[in-house]
Design a protein around this ligand. Sequence first.
Ligand code: MN
Ligand code: MN
Length: 305
Amino acid sequence: MKDEYIQDYIKAGKAVIAAKKLAKKLIIPGETFLEIGNKCEAEIIKSGCDLSFPINMSLNEIAAHYSPPIDDQTLIPEKGLLKIDVGAHYNGYIADSAFTINIDEDPKLQNYIEAAKEALDAAIEKFEPGVQLYELGEVIEEKILSRGLRSIKNLGGHELKRYNLHAGLFIPNYKNKIHNQIVKPGDAFACEPFATSGVGEVVNGQYYYIYRFLKKNKKNMPYEDIAFMNRIEENFGRLPFSPRWIENKGLIPKNKIKMTLRTFKSKKIVDIYYTLVEKTKEPVAQEEHTIVIDMDGNRIVTTKE
Ligand code: MN
Ligand code: MN
């Protein structure tokens, strides 16, 4: 019998696999981001898990953090690189995984996906107790460079802890010896290389679609806002959420969601995540898996079939 929490990671991993499979099937030019996003998130719930962050559906030069907003009308385009990044948790144990769809199977864009995939596979191969995190970055960058592309250096993998998506340690997407910590039994990480033809750096975009509850602030707050604040904390804890979820769960009347979140942002009750855009607006591919090292030192890739 394996450690019980490993089973929870595997259960979260299965939910993520199911959501990615559904995304692959539903992504067709002309369909809406909103409908696909909602269906993939519902698939995670159907698998008996909870969402650990809103689905990310980031197109071309947007590397991460586009999630369909309420009433989003955006349609899947005829071509481009669409990154689908999904997260589930069971009992707080999080699986985080992403892949990239080459909408019209453009061979030039396929190279970006292959670069990210080869980088991730190489890092997973090396992922065992005793390896230093920058050594994973080193193989990631090598693989991506060998396909004539660059890895994005200010994005990277991260440690996963219970109910904590970005917990402490960082896996760089290049050889950076600052990250000299060692992988140990019991550790869990998401590893996520990004490949681009750009300079290999992301900057904040103009917009944001993902929020996270930080802390209560009841000072000078109308009674109603305090109720909304409590509901957000109760429902999402400290994990990222989408305004769509507030609407779907009826936590705040629809016509008040935008204003309430604006107020909560200004009072530092919630934090926001800007879209992350490649600095030179070049296309980006991402591949991501969750890797757990069990107490015996075995490597378990929870989001791989
Ligand atoms: Mn992810
Ligand atoms: Mn991640």
